[in-house]
Design a protein around this ligand. Sequence first.
Ligand SMILES: Cc1cc2nc3c(=O)[nH]c(=O)nc-3n(C[C@H](O)[C@H](O)[C@H](O)COP(=O)(O)O)c2cc1C
Length: 262
Amino acid sequence: MKPTHPVLDVLLNRKSVRAYEGEISQEVKDAIIAATLRAPTAGNMMLYSVIEIADQSVKERLVETCDNQPFIAKAPWVLLFLADYQRWYDYFITAGVEALCEERGAPMRTPQEGDLFLACCDALIAAQTAVIAAESLGVGSCYIGDIMENYEVHREMFRLPRYVFPIAMVCFGHPTEQQRAREMTTRFDRKFIVFEGQYRHLHAEEFEEMYREQQERLFEGREALKGARNVGQFMYLRKFGADFTLEMTRSVRAILKAWVTG
Ligand SMILES: Cc1cc2nc3c(=O)[nH]c(=O)nc-3n(C[C@H](O)[C@H](O)[C@H](O)COP(=O)(O)O)c2cc1C
């Protein structure tokens, strides 16, 4: 028998919500935050921080700095999830770790790439926990990956110190009727995603099958669409090769440089 559970229903019916109505009560926000703080966290260190963004002018600035997405300004609640080693580093300093290392004859190390990735895991797991907690209370949400762009601007806006990486932002709000009615997005068949034992490259026929539905829906029988002849070319031009992706790479490099070499 197929297992069923209300939590599974929430997971299987979630979709991103980009148009909101009303406000979110403080009780609901508090419940979402309480669930978020129970997310698994590496070494129970909570290598993340969350910034609640309430200021309307800040949301409006984020519309521009996150690739011109106007719905950000209309979201009643916006949370910025930061991978954060600064708090632990500050504590190490406060706790006399420098002197301890000196006694032991080994220099105190600073947060490096591995620490950053672990903190990103923590921050993203916390973010997704918030998304699901919200969903369970009827509050929709949408990630904004573009928060990784324009590092220098976001660093100023949120006073981000060296060992803090803005890895995800999430807009929250009750979905409008139109959003509730909107069809769910599709997903690739599990056989293309879930492998047994080891990684497997897909071959051309499998890609054909994997993208067939998307190809038919997007192209509707046309030979070409916006200069592309298939989904691969379309997505390359629209996402992978687009200006915002290039800006994200530039910005992430700047964050990495600040984190690793100062
Ligand atoms: C890391 C990440 C970044 C995303 N960034 C954006 C974004 O900047 N703007 C947006 O409208 N949606 C964004 N999304 C939402 C995705 O577009 C959405 O999850 C995807 O299209 C699947 O749709 P669904 O969530 O409704 O199933 C992001 C999702 C993730 C996981």
